[in-house]
Design a protein around this ligand. Structure first.
Ligand code: DNO
Length: 353
């Protein structure tokens, strides 16, 4: 198991690699070419420059989050093969550079969705929060601008302004994409990329849908144990794996996180381990990583990962905004560093007991 830390690149992140290096137990980052657009080929030169920059700071790249998928692949448009070819080239270039874990998602139009990016908690910290009754009143076309206004001036992951400018068109493109069709398109994509993953030993780790139910009437296909098992079986290759994101799957209290970990044993290549506080059905807020601050038993989650032989990468996930830090919402240094230390502590205790 390796504890790592997400870093968006020097042009996009408020946190430096030098600071990340000082978090105890962190020797690597999870990063990306944040400026690249879905569908573009990542060149060997760009990847190598990123590697060199990370190496200079005394760290290494543990994996990529994300190589985003072009919408034509998700909708199954006639042009999808061009973008799949590009994706394969990117994987090949990553593989040649020795990078072999790639996180991605198959969420239509919007990546993760929240109704509030700075909900004030009792202790004065602020967190990302979700309230279905608020989302129900939002016109999806204005969703981007409302998220963007609250982003502290940062580009939010998965909310690329260029894609969001085409939001009306995107909704049109997804009009006839049912849940079944979206799943078929995912399988088509995975089957096409498996040979390059086999060649370079690249573990693909799909990120679950966040929240774990359909938003704005768009289909969702990675929301629970049944769907995850179906997906792993449909392309039964160890390189077809998942990102176990407790905060995403855990948005639905019916999801038993430890049961999901057991069901996906051997195919969890990456884990985002964080806590949430459930207020009511469809209403939650993010919390500090500690079990006592939210609704999850973080010890049980880490213990189940340990017991099932998990040997992938774990990163702390969204943190609260604390101590006056201004950062991309959810991605400040302080609370995620506390989260990393806590997760490392849990793991050490589990290993030694
Ligand atoms: C949000 C993140 C997601 C995640 C993507 C993976 O904070 O967890 O944007 O990176 O869904 O492709």
């Amino acid at each position: 198991m390796e504890i790592s830390f997400r870093w968006f690149g020097s042009k996009y992140d408020s946190i430096t690699l030098e600071y990340i290096r000082q978090i105890p137990g962190i020797n690597s980052v999870i990063t990306t070419l944040y400026g690249s657009k879905p569908g573009e080929v990542w060149s060997e030169e760009e990847i190598s420059a990123l590697k060199t920059e990370v190496k200079k700071a005394g760290l290494k790249i543990a994996g990529i989050e994300s190589v985003n998928i072009h919408d034509d692949i998700k909708t199954g448009a006639s042009t999808r093969n061009v973008y799949i070819e590009n994706y394969i080239k990117t994987l090949e270039n990553l593989g040649k550079s020795g990078i072999n874990m790639v996180c991605y998602n198959f969420m239509p139009v919007f990546d993760w969705t929240r109704s509030d990016l700075a909900k004030v908690r009792k202790d004065g910290s602020t967190v990302l929060a979700y309230d279905q009754s608020v989302i129900d009143k939002i016109d999806p076309e204005t969703m981007f601008s409302s998220m963007d206004k609250k982003s502290n001036g940062f580009v939010l992951p998965g909310w690329e302004p260029e894609r969001m400018e085409r939001i009306k068109e995107l909704f049109e493109e997804y009009k006839y994409v049912t849940k079944e069709k979206l799943f078929e398109n995912l399988i088509y994509f995975l089957k096409a990329i498996m040979p390059v993953c086999d060649k370079y030993d690249i573990n693909m780790a799909i990120h679950p849908d966040d929240p774990a139910w359909p938003v704005f009437g768009l289909p969702r296909i990675v929301t629970n144990e049944e769907q995850i098992v179906k997906l792993l079986k449909a392309v039964d290759n160890k390189h077809n794996g998942i990102t176990l994101c407790t905060g995403s799957l855990g948005t639905n209290p019916k999801n038993d996180l430890c049961k999901i970990i057991k069901a996906a044993k051997g195919r969890i290549h990456f884990a985002h381990v964080r806590n949430l506080y459930h207020e009511a059905p469809g209403k939650f807020e993010e919390a500090a990583h500690l079990s006592s601050d939210g609704s999850f038993d973080m010890y049980a989650i880490m213990k189940t990962l340990y017991d099932t032989g998990f040997n992938g990468i774990i990163r702390p996930d969204h943190g609260r905004a604390i101590w006056g830090e201004v950062s991309m919402p959810g991605y400040g240094l302080y609370d995620r560093a506390l989260g990393a230390a806590y997760l490392s502590g849990l793991w050490e205790a589990i290993e030694k007991s």
